[in-house]
Structure formats: structure tokens, C-alpha cells
Design a protein around this ligand. Structure first.
Ligand code: HEM
Ligand SMILES: *[C@@H]1O[C@H](CO)[C@@H](O)[C@H](O)[C@H]1NC(C)=O
Ligand SMILES: *[C@@H]1O[C@H](CO)[C@@H](O)[C@H](O)[C@H]1NC(C)=O
Ligand SMILES: *[C@@H]1O[C@H](CO)[C@@H](O)[C@H](O)[C@H]1NC(C)=O
Ligand SMILES: *[C@@H]1O[C@H](CO)[C@@H](O)[C@H](O)[C@H]1NC(C)=O
Length: 378
């Protein structure tokens, strides 16, 4: 080959490399970096409208986020080391073998969202493992101040039932929870980061007599409710830092008929406190990370995004999956108000537990003592 033709070839190569990568055409004029991502635009449209009630951050979103964890945490290196099946992690087994896994004690209540999601996964012919993580990532993007999670597609639809006793219980002590999480690949700090999910969480099974939120409502939300006069059930929850404040307040009451197993006293009428959240907030190994989120919403979100990449791929090889994150909506830009002490509380009510850093001097919300409005029955 002459010098000239080598030069010409090189020029062509440079020109080709400079072309924008070819994008696959998907429905409604959208494009994707990989044709395998197109189906997820259709799933997105469908679940935002028909599962999440027009892209709300409501109960089905909360349950979908919880389900990402309950599927993925079914994974144990310890069991594998003992020659037993350790579970497949984020493999959709909780949906494929719902009749087994949703009967595990720690999965109480999860059957509802599994059965609500299943028809969508079947309709769009996507694997159960992919669907569960996609629904969680899409759902939480609807929450004000929420994260934009990565979404990788391509998990196999073939799975085996997870062994029982791998999902942490709210009545478990921190030693037990931390070693279980470690066994699935998550450090103590990772576990605190994952619990940012409880900023948009409610319970209705630990105390079945009263559905109640685990997080409070910032002053801003309470103002919005009274301003708009809207009933509480149409008020979306926010991915804000209030949860990390309120879990550190001294408990004074049971919101329902407590004390139930896994429940401890909460500081506010209508708010429910899990024993596990109470203990992780105060354990010297986790307390400083916990407290740090009170004044750093940005860190809370970015650390959650980061740890969720790993949760969503427990038991999977992420390099063998296709990155379809572009399908996940960008959460609306909102400026959340700073975390406050609920009205009626002072810094004296705080059980600060981080030895290294003093509790931040956050303001108290004005007005009469707050109570957290009830969650409507579903
Ligand atoms: C580390 C140990 C954890 C324990 C002991 C725990 C325990 C619980 C319990 C008991 C409930 C209430 C269920 C009910 O009665 O309806 C709950 C709700 C929830 N959990 Fe966790 N959880 C943990 C970690 C996680 C993680 C890692 C995630 C997600 C990444 C998560 C997401 C949620 C969500 C979103 C809800 C609210 C569900 C709803 O409102 O319907 N949890 N959790
Ligand atoms: C590890 O697995 C073995 C075998 O099932 C079990 O006896 C042991 O309690 C497990 N250890 C932990 C820390 O879970
Ligand atoms: C996934 O497996 C379930 C059975 O567990 C089956 O009903 C469904 O059609 C499968 N979906 C795909 C995409 O293969
Ligand atoms: C559904 O997905 C499975 C597995 O990916 C594939 O074998 C099957 O042909 C698909 N069915 C339809 C109707 O597209
Ligand atoms: C609360 O009520 C439920 C039934 O709704 C019952 O199973 C539970 O034992 C009660 N708990 C307490 C502490 O009374």
C-alpha cells in the first residue's frame, strides 16, 4: 500500500470515528443508544400512567422501591461457602416464585406489589429481574428531590427461589443486620446509604392497625398541604432529609396499638418508628453517616444512587448487561427546604449519637406540635 492510500484510509477512519454513534429508533420518535433499550420506553409510558398513577411518588412507588431490595438481598456468600444455594440476588425470583418468597416472614406485604407489577412485565415480555429494578428506579425518580438511578437491562428470566431468612427484619439487632448486609456485599456505611429509601416509606404490616409513615413531613410539605387544602393522600412524599432528623428524636408514643415486634416509640403522632432504624441511627458504627445526611441532601442522593447501582446488580455481572439508564426520567429540579426539628421539638429532644461531630444546629419549624397525617387505607 502506498503512503498516500494509507493516509486516505486513516482519514476515512478518523471521519468514521467522528460520526455520532448510530442510535436505534424507538417508539414515539425516541432513540436509544442500544436497540435493546427501546422496549423500556414502552414500559416507562405504561407504568408511569397505569402503575404509578401519572408519575406520582405514591404508595406503589414506595412498594416498588422496597421490592428492589427484597429481590436483591436474597443472596448469601455464606450459604454458598457452605455448599448451599445462596440465592440469585436481583434475579426476579421474588416474582417468579412469589408463592414461596412472599410467604417469608420478612416479606409480609410484598405480595401486593409483586402481583401489581407482574402483568406489566408479562405484557412487555421483559425479565422479572429487570422489571423490578426498572420499576424501582422509575418510581423513585417521581419523588421530589429524588435520585436518578442507573438502569442496566438484560438479567436472565431464569431463577431459583431464594432461601428464607435473608431479608432483614425490623426486630433484628444491628449486629445481625450489619452481618447479613455484609454477607450480601454491603458495608455498614452502604446500609445507611440504602436507608435513604426510608425517607419515602410507610408501614402497614408491623402494626396492621394503623398505616403510618416512617418519615415525617417537612414544614414545607405541611405548609403546602394546608395552603392547598388537599387531602393528605394526594400529597406526594419527598426524598428529603427529615427522616434522618426524626429518627434521632427521643421516642414518646406509639402511633397505633403498639408496641409491636419491630416497633419502638416514635416522636410524633402518626409517625411510625422501626426498631432497626432507631438502632442504626444510634449505633456508633453508623451514627455519623446517619447524622451527616441531615444537612447534606446532595450527599444522601448521590450516595444512594451509587449504592443502588450495586443493589440492582447483586448476583449479576454488570458488564454483561446493557446500560439503558437514559430511559430513567430525570427527577424534577426542586429546591428542598433545609431539614428542621418538627414544631414543638427542641435540640434537647435529640439523642445525638455521633461522637465525632456535634449534632447540627438546625432550626425548629414554627407552629404547634406537629403530627404526621395518616396514610390513607389502600
Ligand atoms: C436494612 C434493613 C431494613 C429493614 C429491617 C427494613 C424494614 C422495613 C419494614 C419493616 C418496612 C415496613 C413494611 C410494612 O409494614 O409495610 C419497610 C418499608 C420500606 N422499606 Fe425497608 N428495611 C430495610 C432496608 C431497606 C432498603 C435497603 C430499602 C431500599 C433500598 C428499603 C425500602 C423500603 C421502602 C421504600 C419501604 C416503604 C414501603 C411502603 O411504603 O409501602 N428498606 N422496611
Ligand atoms: C452461614 O451458613 C451456615 C450454613 O447454613 C449457618 O449455619 C450459619 O449460621 C451462617 N452464618 C451466618 C453468619 O449467617
Ligand atoms: C419469565 O418467567 C415467567 C415464569 O416464571 C414466565 O411466565 C414469563 O413469561 C417469562 N418472561 C420472559 C420474558 O421470558
Ligand atoms: C419473549 O421473550 C423471550 C425471551 O427473551 C423470547 O424467547 C420470546 O420470543 C419473546 N416472545 C415474544 C412474543 O416476543
Ligand atoms: C395490634 O393489633 C393487631 C391486629 O390489628 C394485633 O395482631 C396485635 O397483637 C396488636 N398489638 C398490640 C401490641 O396490641
Amino acid at each position: 500500500m502506498s503512503f498516500k492510500s494509507i493516509f486516505a484510509l486513516a482519514a476515512v477512519a478518523v471521519a468514521v470515528a467522528a460520526l455520532p454513534p448510530r442510535r436505534a429508533a424507538c417508539s414515539n420518535g425516541r432513540t436509544a443508544s442500544d436497540a435493546a433499550c427501546c422496549v423500556w420506553f414502552d414500559v416507562l409510558d405504561d407504568i408511569q400512567e397505569n402503575l404509578f398513577d401519572d408519575a406520582e411518588c405514591g404508595e406503589d412507588v414506595h412498594e416498588s422501591l422496597r421490592l428492589t431490595f427484597h429481590d436483591a438481598i436474597g443472596f448469601s456468600r455464606n450459604l454458598t461457602n457452605h455448599g448451599q444455594f445462596g440465592g440469585g440476588g436481583a434475579d426476579g425470583s421474588i416474582m417468579a416464585f412469589a408463592q414461596i418468597e412472599t410467604n417469608f416472614h420478612a416479606n409480609v406485604g410484598v405480595d401486593e406489589i409483586v402481583e401489581a407489577q407482574r402483568p406489566f412485565a408479562l405484557k412487555h415480555n421483559v425479565s422479572f429481574g429487570d422489571f423490578i429494578q426498572f420499576a424501582g428506579a422509575t418510581g423513585v425518580s417521581n419523588c421530589a428531590g429524588g435520585p436518578r438511578l442507573q438502569f442496566l437491562a438484560g438479567r436472565s428470566n431464569i431463577s431459583q427461589p431464594s432461601p428464607d431468612l435473608l431479608v432483614p427484619e425490623p426486630s433484628d439487632g444491628t449486629d445481625k443486620i450489619f452481618s447479613r448486609m455484609e454477607d450480601a456485599g454491603f458495608s455498614i456505611i452502604d446500609t445507611v446509604n440504602l436507608l435513604a429509601s426510608h425517607t419515602v416509606a410507610a408501614q402497614d404490616k408491623v402494626d396492621a392497625s394503623i398505616p403510618a409513615r416512617l418519615h415525617g413531613l417537612s414544614f414545607w410539605v405541611l405548609l403546602t398541604i394546608s395552603y392547598q387544602g388537599t387531602p393528605f393522600d394526594s400529597t406526594p412524599s419527598m426524598f428529603d432529609s427529615q427522616f434522618f432528623v426524626e429518627t434521632l428524636l427521643q421516642g414518646t408514643l406509639f402511633p397505633g396499638n403498639g408496641s409491636n415486634v419491630g416497633e419502638v416509640e416514635s416522636p410524633l403522632h402518626g409517625e411510625f418508628r422501626l426498631q432497626s432504624d432507631f438502632e442504626i441511627a444510634r449505633d456508633p458504627r453508623s451514627a455519623c453517616e446517619w447524622q451527616s445526611f441531615i444537612t447534606d441532601h446532595q450527599a444522601m442522593v448521590s450516595k444512594f444512587e451509587s449504592v443502588m447501582q450495586r443493589l440492582a446488580t447483586v448476583g449479576q455481572n454488570p458488564r454483561a448487561l446493557t446500560d439503558c439508564s437514559e430511559v430513567i426520567p430525570v427527577p424534577k429540579a426542586v429546591r428542598l427546604p433545609a431539614a428542621t426539628l418538627p414544631a414543638g421539638k427542641t435540640l434537647k429532644d435529640v439523642q445525638a449519637a455521633c461522637a465525632a461531630t456535634p449534632f447540627p444546629r438546625i432550626k425548629a419549624a414554627p407552629g404547634p406540635t406537629t403530627s404526621v397525617a395518616a396514610v390513607p387505607p389502600s
